[in-house]
Design a protein around this ligand. Sequence first.
Ligand SMILES: NC(=O)C1=CN([C@@H]2O[C@H](COP(=O)(O)OP(=O)(O)OC[C@H]3O[C@@H](n4cnc5c(N)ncnc54)[C@H](O)[C@@H]3O)[C@@H](O)[C@H]2O)[C@@H](O)CC1
Ligand SMILES: [K+]
Length: 484
Amino acid sequence: MTGLYTADQVRAAEAVVLARTPEGALMQRAATGLATVCLRLAGRAVGLRVTLLVGAGNNGGDALWAGAILARRGAAVTALLLDPDRAHPAGLAALRRAGARVVTAPDAAGSDRADLVLDGITGIGGRGGLRPTAAAAVADAVAGPGLLVAVDVPSGVDADTGAVPGEAFPAQHTVTFGAVKPGLVVGEGRGYAGVVHLVDLGLELGAPSARRFGDPDVAARLPDPGAGDDKYSRGVVGVHAGSATYPGAAVLCTGAALRTRPGLVRYAGTAAEGVRAAWPEAIVTDGRPADAGRVQAWVVGPGAGTDDEARSVLAEVLATELPVLVDADALTLLAASPELAHDRSAPTVLTPHDREFTRFGWELGGDRVGAARSAARDLGVTVLLKGDATVVAGPDGTTFVNGTGTPWLATAGTGDVLSGVVGALLATGLDATEAAAAGAHLHGRAGQLAAAGGPLIASDLLRHLPTAVHLTTGRGGGLGGSGA
Ligand SMILES: NC(=O)C1=CN([C@@H]2O[C@H](COP(=O)(O)OP(=O)(O)OC[C@H]3O[C@@H](n4cnc5c(N)ncnc54)[C@H](O)[C@@H]3O)[C@@H](O)[C@H]2O)[C@@H](O)CC1
Ligand SMILES: [K+]
């Protein structure tokens, strides 16, 4: 599990260490870690051509100290000072002592022949997009041949939210200090951070602002069947999805539920015939949810329409004391009647994409974590906001940012698969917010496995769900086993 910490949280933890260590010691730790990663990425020091883009704060200080280390190891280092009067004095002195060049004219920075460009313009103290001179220096670096490495945070990216309000440094690697900041893994910022390397500063960090599951975290939440288990004890999920004319969503959603937990899946709806043909393992009725038999969680909505009948099914399911996942058409209905989700005794999970999200009247700016959190609080539900990095927020503020997936998942039917996966996890009794986060992780991993063979279609995900986390954790058993 990776904890994500905001700039304020990192500063508070840094203050404790700063108070009990000699001046500059923390920056030395940061710069040494940064130089070490740079040397690993470049594969050599002697003759390495390095350009430093140096801003006015401590982020520039890190770059200068790391540049001094690289210069002492034989690299040819040029530092471009974007705010010469305010460049970190001790870092600048160290760089000069190490024999590096210091310039103030952007065209003397050497970006056109650099092997490595270090972005030390702004870190967690940056506000807004890059100012014009910095933006021009970044454009030169991007046009040049060098590997683009951001110091702590790509300049121009909001460390807390991932918002990119203007120009920013498009890093191939980001070397971040003390803790991973949310802006490196969510929203637009994720696309600017590249590969994130964490340098440990020995900070004592409290509870993170958000979390990201790894494969072992998800595997640990998928209990293997015990000797005393039967199909009923392992979680029974009900699916209401699809229609007689369009059974696809029902087939995908039911298949995903089957492939996630091989307990029992019940289907109720007008796509019964299609579901029965595709999945003989499911128990199928063409009636309403009440006719389906006992379940421990419901998935409602994918491809199910928005007519009066669909609305009455949604109301029926939300009136139960069971966890309910609301997706797709059911989100459209719920956005028009949000009171249906109020005062439920059991968890409700909403899985909107951006358009479905804004239908509820919730605003969606550059801060996707903040938006999902306030929506979850507003309605007292868990919100899984789909995206490049899916965000999951619970009604109590618990937040996850997903770290798996591939752009190939942006194709028809993958949302129906996600609903089936999360619904099945809800039926196992997993906490609703964790079920949503674990489901997003599994879905993304399955997508990565499926995309390894080229472009994927949603059905491909079903084949890969059983091994999605077990391949990397080495744990056998738990998932899958039934179905085609
Ligand atoms: N506190 C510490 O001892 C440590 C801090 N560290 C580094 O210090 C950084 C934070 O340093 P600071 O608080 O000095 O802040 P930054 O260096 O991140 O940025 C603040 C400076 O950048 C300027 N600035 C803000 N927005 C700008 C923009 N859009 N375009 C151009 N310039 C802009 C400000 O005027 C200010 O001078 C961290 O990100 C990290 O790199 C690390 O060395 C670890 C230890
Ligand atoms: K930076």
